[in-house]
Design a protein around this ligand. Structure first.
Ligand SMILES: Cc1cc2nc3c(=O)[nH]c(=O)nc-3n(C[C@H](O)[C@H](O)[C@H](O)COP(=O)(O)O)c2cc1C
Length: 339
């Protein structure tokens, strides 16, 4: 049976997993604007193991998001096995293993990027996950490299790279590799390591997705050219810009794309807020929407004053009123086409 990866158009544009951002409401928007596949926020395999019956909001999705992949993290192969089976039962289209997260909480528990230091354990985790699922593909998301530590926890000379991981797991049926082009030591800043990405592309036999720093259609094209990737994972570039997927596709097809005007952006933001409230309830939905509102209006005339009000909204009506006041203004901003 063909997995969804084989049926996607090329290049593939995926919504990269982002905790606190890529919930169902945002994934639906990304899909609407052309994302080919969307990833959930990461879920702890230990959390699923120790509290299987607790409400796990991150396991919820809507049919319109398909194909939707659930990402998990942790350090125990047995927990990955159980979590992957649960994810398949919940109806997800794929399961992804997080070997890239640099967050202290994840690193201190031996998960995320630290797995790249322990290739034997990485192998066990990926093997357990592949063995757990019957009909859905497994992908791995990681970084280009990590500095190792010796037994007493001090920095060692050795570095492990994604090439070591690819070599180690060559016999496992991992369908896709999502590679963040930055190392652990500079987690979110600086140029991606194109050379290492290109080498990883050549070494890995499955679908190879490049990630890191893509925030414009022009840069998406550069990333594809420089890495030879099958696709790109968009992360912070889609903050307040879920339509970036459509813009990139238009740019690759016609060398031009359109910027939405403020009235359209306000409409999208409002729909986003309504869906968040529907999914998470009034209080939590509005609280979580505030950061999105700031992102949607970034760079607008008077954005600073507007931001002060947006971070204080309490109801959908507040959001509606504030956004309406924006659409009624005179705009110096003109939608444009690039060529
Ligand atoms: C707020 C935030 C949350 C993130 N959460 C996750 C996550 O849950 N799982 C994951 O694999 N990567 C996570 N990432 C990493 C992104 O998916 C992506 O790899 C990284 O931001 C680099 O891409 P960018 O430069 O285009 O943002 C997160 C990044 C950010 C900024």
């Amino acid at each position: 049976m063909l997995s969804f990866w084989q049926t996607l158009p090329r290049p593939i544009f995926m919504l990269s997993p982002m905790a606190g951002v890529t919930d169902s409401a945002f994934r639906q928007l990304a899909k609407k604007f052309g994302a080919d596949v969307v990833y959930t926020e990461f879920i702890s395999t230990a959390g699923l193991h120790f509290s299987p019956d607790a409400p796990h909001g991150r396991l919820e999705f809507t049919e319109g998001e398909r194909p939707v992949v659930c990402q998990i993290f942790g350090s125990e192969p047995e927990f990955f096995y159980q979590a992957a089976q649960r994810i398949e039962r919940e109806g997800f289209d794929g399961v992804d293993i997080n070997f890239g997260c640099p967050a202290k909480k994840v690193v201190n528990s031996g998960g995320g990027i630290t797995m790249l230091r322990d290739l034997d354990r990485s192998y066990e985790i990926i093997q357990a996950t592949c063995e757990a699922v019957r009909n859905i593909p497994v992908s791995v998301k990681t970084r280009v490299s990590v500095g190792c530590v010796d037994d007493n926890g001090t920095k060692a000379r050795e570095r492990h790279t994604v090439l070591d991981l690819i070599d180690k797991i060559r016999d496992l049926p991992v369908e896709a590799l999502i590679l963040h082009g930055r190392p652990y030591e500079t987690p979110f800043a600086g140029e991606p390591d194109y050379e290492m990405m290109r080498r990883a592309r050549e070494a890995f036999n499955g679908i190879f997705i490049a990630n890191g720093g893509v925030s414009t259609p022009e840069y998406a094209r550069t990333m594809l050219e420089r890495t030879g990737a099958d696709g790109i994972a968009l992360a912070r570039g889609v903050y307040g810009k879920p339509w970036l997927f459509r813009q990139i596709k238009d740019f690759l097809a016609w060398n031009a794309y359109v910027e939405p005007d403020p009235a359209t952006i306000c409409q999208i933001a409002l729909e986003h807020a309504e869906e968040l409230v529907r999914l998470k309830g009034k209080e939590r939905g509005i609280r979580e929407m505030r950061k999105h509102l700031v992102w949607y209006t970034k760079g607008w005339d008077g954005a600073k004053e507007l931001r002060r009000e947006l971070v204080r909204v309490l109801t959908l009506a507040d959001i509606q009123k504030l956004l309406a006041s924006q659409t009624e203004r005179e705009w110096s901003f003109v939608p444009y086409s690039s060529s």
